[in-house]
Write a protein that binds this ligand. Structure first.
Ligand code: AMP
Length: 352
């Protein structure tokens, strides 16, 4: 067990690092943020900071010596330098390596018995064309690496659009994935301990807009809830096969044939922000509990319903109205410029 008073290293200083730091502080831990950028929003709430490149094994080694346990808050990180953290890194590099490469991820999910959309790895226009002939349009091209919030993706609505999509994603190694007809999207969020204990939260139903999460609602609709037992089984099989320690999120499409995994995130997730007020133990606190070996917190709902909505780009200007609204829990991330598509904050309503 890593007791309160210890220091938790967090690689990445965005809003997830910020909310993890707040939860860690509540339990008496200090956090140390590792991020190459000058000004990150976790700085406001963390005790220590290293500013160095994610590629620097030397800086990561020094960071590792200064913390009692380390975790990461996003997955676009080079894996090799993180190996210097050894057992201190939770979840380990395996979770990261699988989740950051869409082809490895899909193959792994299938090996764990989960369903994914029919897909092919592609590395040239000829391969994209062959994949579309096979999978049929509509399909979506997604870069294997460095995609998030719908970035690095292009839809192919007919075979003629293959070239435009290939150029659109920058001719990067990618996966071609069949479009899944779904009635809804939902996620399974779980936390797992080193000894195999685990806990699920109620699954939120997620609405996206332009590839970015717009809203998460708990409880989810009946069409999703019927699929949750199968989805949980798949998510737990993935967590176990990874030897994952901490929070793991698996995003699903509710299709007529059952749950189809879209992607996994080896970390706390935007679709779990509602747990801060909507669940007895938030995803952030539970992640800290799991990586430090504290007992699991209760994950049940605090009230009947919770709805979380993101404030994206200029929507941040709604803050005066939201902060004045009774029952709204407003979270502003303290970021500077409200660029389009940038997640600036969120708010949650918890309803009887
Ligand atoms: P992703 O970045 O992979 O999570 O994709 C962002 C969003 O695009 C998803 O949440 C879906 O709304 C949509 N999407 C991605 N892949 C597919 C697919 N194969 N079929 C249908 N919709 C998809």
């Amino acid at each position: 067990m890593i007791p309160p008073g210890s220091t938790i290293g967090i690689i990445g200083g965005g809003q997830l690092g910020r909310m993890l730091s707040i939860a860690a502080a509540q339990l008496g831990y200090k956090t140390h943020i590792y991020d190459p950028h000058e000004d990150v929003c976790a700085d406001d709430v963390a005790a220590y900071r290293t500013r160095a490149a994610f590629e620097s094994a030397e800086a990561i080694t020094r960071f590792g010596e200064s913390v009692d346990v380390a975790t990461y808050e996003f997955e676009n990180l080079p894996v090799e330098p993180l190996k210097a953290l050894g057992e201190k890194l939770r979840p380990g590099v395996r979770s990261l390596a699988i989740a950051q490469d869409r082809a490895a991820e899909k193959q792994f999910i299938e090996e764990c018995g989960g369903r994914v959309a029919p897909w092919r790895p592609v590395a040239s226009l000829a391969e994209v064309r062959a994949a579309i002939a096979d999978l049929r349009a509509p399909a979506v091209l997604k870069t294997r690496r460095y995609g998030y919030d719908g970035k690095g993706q292009a839809w192919i609505r007919s075979a003629e659009e293959a070239e435009k999509a290939w150029l659109g994603i920058g001719e990067e190694p990618a996966v071609a994935e069949a479009g899944v007809p779904f009635s809804a999207e939902f996620s399974v969020i779980l936390a797992r301990w080193e000894d195999g204990r685990h806990a699920f939260w109620d699954s939120p139903q997620n609405a996206h807009d332009g590839g970015i999460l717009r809203r998460s609602t708990v409880p989810c609709s009946d069409s999703c809830s019927a699929q949750i037992p199968t989805a949980r089984e798949a998510a737990l099989a993935i967590a176990e096969a990874l030897g994952h320690v901490g929070v793991l999120t698996v995003e699903f499409f509710a299709s007529v044939d059952g749950p189809v995994v879209n992607e996994i995130a080896p970390r706390v997730h935007n679709s779990g922000h509602w747990t801060i007020e909507g669940a007895v133990t938030s995803q952030f606190e539970q992640h800290i509990r799991a990586i430090c070996g504290l007992p699991p917190g209760v994950t049940g709902l605090t009230r009947g319903h919770a709805v979380m909505e993101n404030l994206i780009g200029p929507e941040i200007e709604r803050w005066p109205e939201l902060v004045a609204e009774r029952g709204v829990h407003l979270h502003l991330y303290g970021k500077g410029e409200a660029r389009p598509g940038r997640k600036m904050g969120h708010f949650t309503r918890v309803i009887r």
